[in-house]
Design a protein around this ligand. Structure first.
Ligand code: CP
Ligand code: NVA
Length: 297
């Protein structure tokens, strides 16, 4: 039985398989598929979502499966039923689960007890499906990411940044994280990941020679109580026209979305790079289908 719980635990060979399958899914979109025929999958979400929810719901249907969306606040989970009990019930009724929640340990516990393929659709620690789609998008436009310089700007300790960190050593690209000291990734994550990763407060130095400038929201879901402090501390860690000038002339600018203009990216840069950013969002669908195909193989 396979799961996609983190990029940290996903072997390079499987990353490569999913990336190749994403291209195939994109090329073959519209052709009927019975890959998940006879299966019902559940999306169990504790946090908001547009892209991840829609791409999984559409993706499961396009692969011939049935899908049901369960908001944790409406399920008994929201009233305190333990994850491991929810998992044992769902495991007897459905064929796979896609989970978005807070603790990484909850997704892992669900997979352990449900004993059905389980996919991490974002936790506080990782967003593996996002980074697979991001790398697919980069490679689709610019060729192999190996040997390239990826620069993440903003909250370097958030889930998206951490999944980039785990991807870097695996796929052999340089990753620079430009963030205030307090928002740099934990030392333990950097040690576990290995690879060529530089963490710095010097955003301009980091952006020099970048092949890809990437950012994410300053206030991730669950961190709303820290909003004022984050907006103050992260001010200046923005992708804007001046920063883009320091990157390579053909550098891409990407954003996992949702985007907050005037915070992590300025309006002009966002709109100038909208084609790439919305291709990136569309690729979530093709990549989710590749992940579903991989996880049931
Ligand atoms: N990027 C991303 O995961 O978007 P949603 O929160 O809308 O799913
Ligand atoms: N870091 C963001 C990603 C949103 C897709 C969050 O967790 O809210």
């Amino acid at each position: 039985m396979k799961h996609l719980l983190s990029l940290e635990k996903l072997p390079r060979q499987d990353v490569e398989l999913i990336l190749a399958a994403s291209a195939a899914m994109k090329a073959q979109r519209g052709r009927p598929s019975a890959r998940l025929a006879g299966q019902t999958w559940a999306l169990l979400f504790t946090k908001s979502s547009t892209r991840t929810r829609v791409s999984f719901e559409v993706g499961i249907r396009e692969l011939g499966g049935g899908v049901l969306f369960l908001s944790a606040s409406e399920a008994q989970l929201g009233r305190g039923e333990p994850i491991k009990d929810t998992a044992r019930v769902l495991g007897r009724m459905i064929h796979g689960a896609v989970i978005r929640t807070f603790a990484q340990s909850d997704v892992e516990e669900f997979a352990q007890y449900a004993r059905i393929p389980t996919i991490n659709a974002l936790t506080d620690e990782e967003h593996p499906c996002q980074i697979l789609a991001d790398i697919f998008t980069y490679q689709e436009k610019r060729g192999p990411i190996s040997g390239r310089r990826v620069v993440f700007v903003g909250d370097g300790a958030c889930n998206v940044a951490l999944s980039w960190i785990f991807a870097a050593a695996k796929l052999g690209f340089e990753l620079r994280i430009a963030a205030p000291r307090k928002f740099q990734p934990p030392a333990d994550v950097l040690r576990r990941a290995g690879g060529n990763i530089v963490c710095t407060e010097d955003i301009r130095g980091a952006a020099e020679g970048a092949d890809l400038l990437y950012t994410d929201v300053w206030v991730s879901m669950g961190k709303e109580a820290e909003s004022a402090e984050r907006l103050r501390d992260l001010a200046g860690y923005q992708i804007n026209g001046a920063l883009v000038k320091l990157a390579k002339p053909d550098a891409l600018v990407m954003h996992c979305l949702p985007a907050y203009r005037g915070k992590e990216i300025d309006e002009a840069t966002f709109e100038a790079r909208a084609q790439t950013i919305f291709d990136q969002a569309e690729n979530r669908l093709h990549c989710q289908k590749a992940i579903l195909d991989w996880v049931v193989t």
